[in-house]
Design a protein around this ligand. Sequence first.
Ligand code: SF4
Ligand code: MSK
Length: 638
Amino acid sequence: MATEQNQVKTKNNFDLVWDRLEKQQPQCKFGQLGLCCRFCAMGPCTISPVGSGGKRQYGVCGADADTIAARHFVRMTAAGSSAHSGHGRSVAEALIKIAKNQAPGYQIKDEYKLIKLCKIFGIEIANKKIEELALELGEKALAEFGKQEDKLTFLKMAPLKRQIIWEKYKVAPRGVDREISEAIERTVMGTDQEYKHLMKAATKCSLADGWGGSMIATELQDIIFGTPQPLVGKVNLGVLDENYVNIVVHGHEPLLSEMLAIVVDMPEFVNKAKQKGAKGINLGGICCTANEILMRHGIPILGNFLNQEMAITTGAIEIMTVDIQCIMQSLPMVASCFHTKIITTSPKAKLPGATHMEFTEENALEKAKEIVHMAIENFDNRKKEKVSIPKQEVSLVAGFSHETISYILGGRFRASYRPLNDNIINGKIRGVAGVVGCNNPKITAEENHLILVKELIKNDVLVLQTGCSAIATAKAGLMDPVIALDYCGPGLREVCEAVGIPPVIHLGSCVDNSRILMAATAMVKEGGLGDDISELPAAGAAPEWMNEKAITIGQYFVASGVFTVFGVTWPTLGSKNLTKYLFEEIANELGGNWAFESDPVKMAKLMLDHIDEKRKKLGIDKARERVLYDMAMRRELE
Ligand code: SF4
Ligand code: MSK
């Protein structure tokens, strides 16, 4: 496939992400170490990790390496948190408009979850219509962003011990916006200049994402679009069909793509496409929008972050709509060599060279129809000689949520994590890992994801995945239960076969990392694996991260008690003190800590060592079969 893409590329003379990375070499070492500061006009200041003659170096204002690296880290978490929270806020606003009947085409699909969430938010349920409850919930959820006092509502979902830790170290977030704003404020020149204290801002800001903005996005999307149920889907560029009008959605918010999913099946548009000589309309996705519509509709995924430009080079895409986050500015440039139209849809994001068709909840259905119509019209402009679709496509099972895991394990009427906990206790499952995050052109495409996940399941670790990492392993067949079982250790294989789940579980998009927090919480609450997330035999990883959002996710994993390993590069290496704090000392406070390891086999070893250490502390380090007590044995015990 790479050769085919190269031929197209050479003929059309445009660069792809890998070419641009090459042209950026050598990249700035100060930047890589987190030691470049341009936060004021006395700078920019660059600091060597070890100053000349071993002396510490300082910026013009006196800031040292620890402060500069810490401020940089804090701003990354603020950026990531703001991105996910912007998404969550849009969903809350959408719920309000749906409740007010101002969003034609949308409906409330999961009333059970709506009621569950209303209870969590303290909303009186009795004698109220669904729309009234949706309105109250939407308004309460929206208020979480601007809250000035008190704590975020979802924090009380965490294990009690975790809540006490957050209180003790004064990192329980108040309103989402307040924490993001304070994080930026504290990094302003001449403000907070003590690296450990700065890290508290990073922690609060990140927790405001994981247990705030992202969790609101996930939970409210489930109410509007339905809580995902396992389904079969397809992934890789082969899901494009040259006989169809191909429309691709890319970005993060599913609000428009859900409407497109409805419109592409309308007979009026299917017939129009047929009149143009196509067999119909084919909708596919890239990045997290793809994850969102895959897990609720089974709509196929073309690929992840690094596949966005390659998808256009197939010459078979009529329209690519993009909204927010992880969208390369180069898309219109690449598209200009083909007939593909790039459409920006968010009021927050435009791209030079793209057509802007702003969408709101009020006009979403109409805009979706306009976009599909444009795509059908553009089918005439497709150049047959430029069409080159790789054949690869793989099946996967997607559509898991923390609730569906519970239903599958325990049955709908006695939904429970008991079977999972029991199989961890008896040693058939060694532990659980969350493997998430982006892909990065600095790494051989997706190699780290695949090696890491294969190592983990080989060692009987159940893997939960989201984002582009999920798409990477799905492309390699690891979410096809039949293919994936061959890579499993015997214990994990036995459980997966018995329960009917793949060993690598697709939990959704980037905001759905909140589902991993909820799954971990459910395991703690089920009992037998300690009283806190930090006591679970569990670990997290983002082996090919690139976006600031990944740092925010990692920090809220750590602050929730999870040992978390990142690959590729680490943004604080220029500060020994800060790095030591994040890699070691922070565990004394929050129970979780970071590690950096670029080799995926070593990364797996770090995670397995951590899981084994936790098993030992729980006293379950020796595999034990569960003993079923009969009446005689029970009497003996009494
Ligand atoms: Fe330099 Fe300090 Fe200004 Fe940063 S804030 S650019 S270290 S003078
Ligand atoms: S899309 S943040 S490249 S996972 Fe959520 Fe993928 Fe990373 Fe974007």
